[in-house]
Write a protein that binds this ligand. Structure first.
Ligand code: NAD
Length: 257
């Protein structure tokens, strides 16, 4: 078996992180690069932030490359993985890109909005997983690898009156994590998910409530919202060889929520 604890081996392994120009994705990129992996910082917009992050990582002695692609677009996802192939051998995928639309109750939802949400959060994760499995599966001559999906505690709470549509996309991610983990387990690929709770990132402002983490943080068992770096630690562990017998599992990074 490949010794992935070997630093030299790790330094040749590529991990693609989708939606990594900011927030949890950026924290994952920093941490995973610090551990020695080659990191692909995928972004759809905010190229300046993605390039700045790559510069930071390289400055710290890491290896990183920024690649633009909309994960909801199959052709762009194919190109993303082809470009990543130039960077080294794929070992891991972090399906992090996600969107949260403005707060809504059921009577405010419309089909176009729902379709975009599912297209990015669910279809995007499937499309990236498909490309990753093609490269990592021993069935296709790969050497195995790991996929970590960013779900949410909303998947099991339902987020009534707030984001039942978003919660449903994360429920789909949980089910995909379970199904895919079993489908590819014998091919050397582990598939797990991290379920963040309420984390300080810009997704809340984009989703319609800038102060959401400060509003809800004190009501959590740990009495505060989480930091992106605290989620990234769980992602890194699931990707790493330390989690070599863990698949189809979930870690809640949610302060006890
Ligand atoms: P964020 O908005 O800061 O980051 C999401 C990133 O995904 C952004 O960089 C965005 O540009 C990118 N993105 C969006 N659509 C994309 C597309 N089509 N193609 C490529 N990239 C795209 O949010 P975050 O909080 O860092 O969220 C990261 C993940 O964690 C998401 O899947 C989110 O649902 C999940 N999550 C976040 C929280 C939280 O409280 N912040 C809680 C639970 C789950």
């Amino acid at each position: 078996m490949t010794d992935r604890l070997n630093k030299a081996a790790i330094s040749e392994q590529v991990i693609i992180i989708t939606g990594a120009s900011r927030g949890i994705g950026a924290a994952c990129a920093r941490l995973i690069a610090d551990r020695g992996y080659r990191v692909v910082v995928n972004y759809r917009q905010q190229a300046d932030k993605a390039l700045q992050l790559v510069d930071q990582i390289i400055h710290r002695g890491g290896q990183a490359k920024a690649i633009c692609a909309d994960v909801a677009n199959e052709a762009e996802v194919e190109t993303l993985f082809q470009q990543a192939d130039q960077f080294g051998k794929l070992y891991g995928l972090v399906n992090n890109a996600g969107i949260l639309d403005r707060q809504a109750r059921l009577d405010e939802l419309d089909a176009a909005r729902l379709q975009r949400l599912f297209q990015v959060n669910v279809v995007g994760s499937f499309l990236c997983a498909k490309q990753a499995v093609k490269r990592m599966s021993t069935r296709y001559g790969g050497e195995g690898g790991a996929i970590v999906n960013l779900s949410s505690v909303a998947a099991r709470l339902g987020a009534p009156g707030e984001y039942i549509d978003y919660a449903a996309t994360k429920g789909a991610i949980d089910t995909m994590t379970l199904g895919l983990s079993k489908e590819v387990a014998a091919e050397g690929i582990r598939v797990n998910a991290v379920r963040p709770g309420i984390i300080y990132t810009d997704i809340h402002a984009d989703g319609g409530e800038p102060g959401r983490v400060d509003r809800l943080g004190p009501s959590l068992p740990m009495q505060r919202g989480g930091r992106p770096e605290e989620v990234a630690e769980a992602v890194l562990w699931l990707l790493s060889e330390q989690a070599s017998y863990i698949t189809g599992n979930f870690i809640d990074a949610a302060g006890g929520r």
